[in-house]
Design a protein around this ligand. Structure first.
Ligand code: ASP
Length: 589
C-alpha cells in the first residue's frame, strides 16, 4: 500500500516510528523557518512539519509548491509536538517529513473543505464529491453505513431473508405517479420504476419465503416539495403467519436495536395510539409526543354566549401553555400572525391569560365573564400562570391549524428536546378516504391493506367507517414507517378493488397477477416499510434527508452535478419510437 498508517491513528506512543502517510493538503502555514501542513484523509488530520534547519532544500521547495487539496504522500518520523492540539486525537504528535511526493495536483476548490464552509448549497451540490470530503457530510454517510449494517444484522438474526426485486416493473395508477422507462424493443410500451416492492414482497410470501426484507430504492414522481427526493430508500419487510401485534413487536425490536447500537440509547415504551385519538388530541396522525399540550374541546363551555365566531364554528378547541400567562402583547400578536398565515389558515386566535393573582384576562372579555373563563380553565386544566390558546372553525381544518400552533409552541418553549426520542405506533387508520377531485374512495395506505376483521362486513354498506389493519411508527412527530396486515384472498381483494371504484376488468389487467397468486395458497401475511433516509436524518439530528444521501437531487428534482434530467439524442428518441412535441423540441435544442 502507498501508506503505512492513516491520518487519524498516530499517537504519542508511536513516537520514533518511521511512517508513510497519504492524503489531501488541508492547510499550509509557512512561517519562514518552519512549514506546517495539515494532512487529511477519511480518518482524520495529522500535522506535517518541515524545519528549515533540518529539512533538505529540495524538499522545502516542493513543500512550498503545494496548494490546498493537493494529494501527497510523505515519509518521516513521528515526533512529539511542541505545542499540542487537544482538539484532535493526533494532536500530540507531528511528522518530521523526510520525503514528499506529489501524487496529484488540485485546482483551488470552489469552496473551503472545512467543517464550516463558505460554499452555498447549490455550489456544494455541483461539486458534491468535494463536499463529501468535509467531516460533517462524511460522518453523515458513516452513520448511514452503520445503520445499514446494523439493520441487516438484526433482520438476519430474526431469520429475514434479503431478496432483490426488479426495478423495471409495470405502471399502475394507484398511489403516486410512476417514473416510466420507455422500452426500445417493444416500442410504445413502458416499464415503470417501483414506488415500492409491495406486490413483489407479497408474492414472495405466496412463495413461502416467510420473512423477507430488502433495503431498496423506491421512486415516486411526486410534486416537488422541500426535502422530498424522487428516489429514496426503504427498509422493506414482509412476514407470513403473523398478526398485527407480531409485526409491531418485531419492528419495534428493530428500532430499539438501532437505538441501542447506534445511538447508545434506550428507547422507552412505544405507546399505541388510535388514529382517531391522535386526530382528536393532536390534530395529526403523526403527533410529537415529547410534550403534552393535548387539545381540549371547548364547544360546551364556549358556545352560546353571544360570541358569533365561536357560535358559528363547528369546533372550538384549545391548548394550554403552562407558565406563559406573562406573554407580552407582542408575543401574542406574533403567534396570531403565525396561525393566520395562509399555510395554516386560522381566522384568528383567542387567548386567555390565567394571571398569577387568579384573575383571568382574555381577548374576548366582552363576551365572557370571569366565571365563564374559569370553566374554560377547568376544562383545560389551566392554573395561575398559564396561557390558554383557542382556535375555532371547521373541524378538520381547525385541528390541523391547532396542530401547527402546538408544534410551534413546542419549539418556542424548548419542549422538543433534540436528545429525547419518543416513539409510538398509530393504529386503526381509516381504510379509505374520500377524494373530492376524482369523486371516489382512495386507499389510505394502499389497496392491499386488509380491513380489521370486525369491519369486514361494512366494506360495501358503510365503506367510510371501515378501519384498516394498518399501522405507522412515529418518532418525535416524524412518520418513519408504515405497513399493514394484507388481504390474502382473492374475493376480499376483489371487493376492495370494487370499493375503490375499479371495474372488474381494470382490477384484472392491473393486479390480476396478484389475485391469481392468491388462488395458490397465499398465507396470511403483513409487513412494513421504513423510510431509511428519514430514519438516518432522525438519528443524525437533522431535518434534512438530503444530508444523508451521497448524491441527492435538489429541490427541483435535479442532479446538478451530472446535470440530470437532460435531453437525449434524436437517434435515441427515434430508437424508442418517441416523438417530442415541437414546442418542447424548441425549448431543449
Ligand atoms: N409498501 C408500503 C409503502 O411503501 C409499505 C408497506 O405497506 O409495507 O408505504
Amino acid at each position: 500500500m502507498l501508506r503505512t498508517h492513516n491520518c487519524g491513528e498516530l499517537r504519542l506512543n508511536d513516537k520514533g516510528k518511521n511512517v508513510t502517510l497519504a492524503g489531501w493538503v488541508q492547510r499550509i502555514r509557512d512561517k519562514g523557518g518552519m512549514i506546517w501542513i495539515d494532512l487529511r484523509d477519511r480518518y482524520g488530520i495529522t500535522q506535517l512539519a518541515f524545519d528549515e534547519s533540518r529539512t533538505a532544500k529540495e524538499l522545502l521547495a516542493t513543500a512550498r509548491k503545494l496548494g490546498r487539496e493537493f494529494v501527497i504522500r510523505v515519509t518521516g518520523e513521528v515526533i512529539e509536538r511542541f505545542s499540542k492540539n487537544d482538539k484532535i486525537p493526533t494532536g500530540d504528535i507531528e511528522i518530521d517529513v523526510q520525503q514528499l511526493d506529489i501524487l496529484n495536483e488540485s485546482k483551488t476548490p470552489p469552496f473551503t473543505i472545512e467543517d464550516e464552509t463558505d460554499g452555498g448549497e447549490e455550489l456544494r451540490m455541483k461539486y458534491r464529491y468535494l463536499d463529501i470530503r468535509r467531516n460533517p457530510v462524511r460522518s453523515n454517510l458513516e452513520l448511514r453505513h452503520r445503520m445499514l449494517q446494523q439493520t441487516r444484522q438484526y433482520l438476519d438474526s430474526q431469520n429475514f431473508m434479503e431478496v432483490e426485486t426488479p426495478f423495471l416493473i409495470k405502471s399502475t395508477p394507484e398511489g403516486a405517479r410512476d417514473f416510466v422507462v420507455p422500452s426500445r424493443i417493444h416500442q410504445g410500451e413502458f416499464y415503470a420504476l417501483p414506488q415500492s416492492p409491495q406486490t413483489f414482497k407479497q408474492l414472495l410470501m405466496v412463495s413461502g419465503i416467510d420473512r423477507y426484507f430488502q433495503i431498496v430504492r423506491c421512486f415516486r414522481d411526486e410534486d416537488l416539495r422541500a426535502d422530498r427526493q424522487p428516489e429514496f430508500t426503504q427498509i422493506d419487510c414482509e412476514m407470513s403467519f403473523v398478526t398485527r401485534d407480531d409485526v409491531l413487536e418485531t419492528f419495534e425490536g428493530l428500532i430499539r436495536n438501532l437505538f441501542e447500537n447506534i445511538k447508545r440509547k434506550e428507547l422507552g415504551t412505544v405507546e399505541r395510539m388510535s388514529y382517531d385519538h391522535a386526530m382528536k388530541y393532536y390534530g395529526t396522525d403523526k403527533p410529537d409526543t415529547r410534550f403534552d399540550m393535548k387539545f381540549v374541546e371547548l364547544n360546551n363551555v364556549a358556545k352560546g354566549k353571544g360570541f358569533r365566531v365561536f357560535d358559528d364554528a363547528e369546533l372550538v378547541i384549545g391548548i394550554c401553555a403552562k407558565g406563559c400567562a406573562g406573554w407580552s402583547r407582542k408575543q401574542l400578536d406574533k403567534l396570531t400572525d403565525f396561525v393566520k398565515r395562509p399555510q395554516i389558515g386560522a381566522k384568528g386566535l383567542v387567548y386567555v391569560k390565567y394571571n398569577e393573582d387568579g384573575s383571568l384576562k382574555s381577548s374576548v372579555d366582552k363576551f365572557y365573564s370571569q366565571e365563564d373563563l374559569r370553566t374554560w380553565a377547568e376544562e383545560m386544566k389551566a392554573g395561575p400562570g398559564d396561557l390558554m390558546l383557542v382556535l375555532s372553525g371547521e373541524k378538520d381544518h381547525t385541528r390541523k391549524a391547532l396542530s401547527e400552533m402546538r408544534l410551534k409552541m413546542g419549539d418556542d418553549l424548548g419542549l422538543k428536546r433534540p436528545d429525547e426520542f419518543k416513539a409510538l405506533w398509530v393504529v386503526d387508520f381509516p381504510l379509505l378516504e374520500w377524494d373530492e377531485e376524482s369523486q371516489r374512495f382512495h386507499a389510505m395506505h394502499h389497496p392491499f391493506t386488509s380491513p380489521v376483521p370486525e369491519d369486514m362486513e361494512k366494506l360495501e354498506s358503510d365503506p367510510a367507517s371501515v378501519k384498516a389493519n394498518a399501522y405507522d411508527m412515529v418518532i418525535n412527530g416524524v412518520e418513519i414507517g408504515g405497513g399493514s396486515i394484507r388481504i390474502h384472498d382473492r374475493s376480499l381483494q376483489q371487493r376492495m378493488f370494487r370499493a375503490l371504484g375499479f371495474t372488474e376488468e381494470e382490477a384484472k389487467t392491473q393486479f390480476g397477477f396478484l389475485m391469481d397468486a392468491f388462488e395458490y395458497g397465499a398465507p396470511p401475511h403483513g409487513g412494513i416499510a421504513f423510510g431509511f433516509d428519514r430514519l438516518c436524518a432522525l438519528f443524525g439530528g437533522s431535518d434534512s434527508i438530503r444530508d444523508y444521501i451521497a448524491f441527492p437531487k435538489n429541490n427541483a428534482g435535479r442532479d446538478v452535478m451530472i446535470d440530470s434530467p437532460s435531453p437525449i439524442s434524436a437517434e435515441q428518441l427515434e430508437e424508442l419510437g418517441i416523438a417530442l412535441k415541437p414546442k418542447i423540441l424548441n425549448r431543449i435544442s
